[in-house]
Ligand binder design. Sequence first.
Ligand SMILES: [Zn+2]
Length: 106
Amino acid sequence: MGLMKEYKRHSARVTRTKRWKALRQEALRRDGWCCVRCPERRRLEVDHILPVKTHPELAFDLSNLQCLCGPCHSRKTRIEVGLGKPNPAREAWKTLVRETHRNPEA
Ligand SMILES: [Zn+2]
């Protein structure tokens, strides 16, 4: 997955700094130690709302940060990278295939 690796390389430049670690705590506190998209309170990650890759100037801007749990974060990243565009038609098709597979006689 070359795209994803390239994408993560950009944010790693930010997230390995001391400055980031302090800012991250601030973001977690501001969002009440809770994922902003679901009620998950464990495995929280601090996300750049506008990605570092395209908006490096906002990398250390608290207003560009949000707390997300692991699953919400990877879903968002996949969409940004262009790998995980939710496609309702495709999802419906996959469900249909699964159902058919489960009941070959139906
Ligand atoms: Zn979540």
